[in-house]
Design a protein around this ligand. Structure first.
Ligand code: AMP
Ligand code: MG
Length: 491
């Protein structure tokens, strides 16, 4: 079958408008070659929703496309340039092991990036091999799909292929490539790159492109770049509140890992908190806890301030005025975040209306959870479905007192007990990708080639609010707390 036919059959409808940006933003990429690509996982529901064809993707030509061995017609593969503050230190980066094969236009008219991660060296590889190993790519697949199931904006995972190569890390590991779908890969770091190595016209070109790609023109009036800044802030205030509400810890919130689209991006050493402790850090490289759970909102604000700085030349002709505009916009982030978080917490507790003391009630529960080292997810899960005496915190003085306050609070609203329970079910996941379950799935898949464990986990994670009986297995805690669980960058 000819390549063109495969593209048509696969339903790929590719453009690459990013390649129309000034040349400094990307480098054209040529074909890679991996010896023996094989599909490890394919995301059938996602394939369908993007208007792609699973059968064609499974064919030899399809697998060649998913492994970067063939470049589909209509595609202009590129590696994107960007910079970033990594743990606070500014540096030049870029897609060092990824290639954007194009922007696919879905049948609904949405434009999404199709990117191969682990596809080989690029000019931005900085001494790295440009490759990825199977375990971390499957891990990104699981966590990103879990985030999607939880209703949290995220890049998606379309496929993982093994390459047939061994790659060298501490040991030899099987090589793999993840096909990532994203609203775009424009990062805070992309703007930082433009501001540091480009001209004002380059920044403007990137800002105009971002506006066109992610926002409807009819929604903004006045200076469009102020609108862009405020919208990016709004999206992050929404996203980070959602992370905090489910206990998600990204692990490496460098400015290059923050997408302007508001999607969670670049799953590395991320994990979900189990025992409630705001100081939780999983990443082995985060020695000072910069990206600890409690600090994520602060870091998001810090990253957004870096974003605002890059836009200064566009915000106002007078730079003092521009700084004032940027400061005002950034100063609003903590309020927006907090409002989103409190509203989310109210929903987790079955509360429909607002009372000034709600924050006190919420903090009362959290501090009790911290004191008694309760599991974050399961505490809310138990409040949702269990009898009081079956809740782990039951019997402690603090919890008994808190429970009465909560019950009184619920009675001070018009809604019924049933309504509250329903609200709680829709806002407290009964399953999250628990570290021991993720490890179990990865071990079976990456070490033994058995993907059934991962499939079971993915199925449970696709409907985290369904509270079905089959999901109970996935909400059990490990025998010892995985608080000491460590995640690695996995490059
Ligand atoms: P990450 O921690 O995955 O966000 O990556 C940080 C930077 O390092 C990005 O610019 C990546 O493209 C780059 N990078 C990560 N792993 C590799 C690798 N194996 N080879 C080349 N570049 C890499
Ligand atoms: Mg990154």
């Amino acid at each position: 079958m000819k390549e063109r036919e495969v593209i048509i059959e696969a339903g790929l409808n590719l453009e690459n408008t990013y390649a129309n940006l000034p040349k400094i933003f990307f480098t054209n990429q040529i074909l890679g070659h991996v010896p023996s690509p094989k599909i490890a996982v394919l995301n059938y529901p996602l394939i369908e929703s993007l208007g792609l064809n699973a059968k064609a993707l499974q064919s030899d030509n399809g697998v060649d496309i998913l492994s970067g061995n063939k470049i589909p017609e209509g595609a202009t593969p590129i590696a994107e340039a960007y910079a970033g503050h990594q743990f606070g230190n500014f540096t030049m980066l870029g897609d060092g092991r990824a290639m954007l094969i194009g922007e696919h236009i879905t049948p609904k008219g949405e434009r999404v990036d199709i990117q191969l991660k682990g596809s080989g060296r690029t000019p931005y590889s900085r001494g790295g091999d440009g490759k990825a190993s199977l375990g971390p790519m499957l891990r990104e697949y699981i966590i990103s799909e879990a985030m999607n199931g939880l209703g949290i904006p995220t890049t998606r995972s379309l496929a993982v292929v093994t390459t047939g190569e061994s790659i060298i890390r501490e040991t030899k590991l099987p090589g793999a490539i993840l096909t990532r779908i994203a609203a775009s890969h424009i990062r805070v770091g992309t703007f930082q790159y433009a501001a540091n190595w480009g001209t004002v016209e380059d920044i403007r070109a990137l800002a105009d492109y971002t506006l066109k790609r992610h926002f409807k023109e009819e929604n903004y009036s006045g200076n469009p770049y102020i609108f862009l800044l405020k919208e990016a802030i709004k999206k992050q205030a929404d996203l980070i509140a959602k992370w905090q509400l489910v206990g998600f810890i990204h692990g490496v919130m460098n400015t290059d890992n923050m997408a302007i689209s508001g999607e969670t991006i670049d799953y590395g050493p991320c994990a979900f908190m189990d025992t409630y402790d705001p100081r939780t850090v999983f990443s082995s490289i985060d020695i000072h806890g910069r990206y600890a759970y409690f600090n994520q909102p602060n870091i998001a604000g810090w990253n957004l301030a870096r974003f605002a700085e890059t836009l200064l030349p566009l915000l106002h002709i007078n730079q003092n005025e521009a700084v004032n505009i940027a400061n005002d916009a950034i100063a609003d982030f903590p309020n927006q975040y907090k409002n989103n978080w409190i509203s989310g917490m109210r929903r987790k507790l079955g509360i429909f209306n607002e009372e000034a003391e709600d924050e006190y009630l919420i903090e009362g529960l959290l501090s009790t959870m911290q004191k008694y080292e309760a599991d974050y997810t399961n505490t809310f899960r138990d409040l949702t479905i269990s009898k009081k005496e079956d809740i782990a915190l039951s019997g402690t003085v603090e919890f008994e007192k808190w429970y009465d306050l909560w019950q009184e609070r619920l009675k001070r609203q018009e809604k019924s007990e049933e309504d509250s329970r329903e609200l709680m079910k829709n806002n407290n996941p009964s399953v999250i990708p628990r570290n021991h379950r993720v490890e179990e799935a990865l071990e079976a898949a990456a070490d033994q080639g058995d993907y059934s464990v991962m499939e079971g986990l993915l199925k449970a994670l696709s409907k985290p609010y369904s509270y079905s009986k089959e999901q109970d297995y996935y909400s059990t805690l490990p025998e010892t707390s995985s608080c000491k669980y460590k995640t690695y960058c996995g490059t």
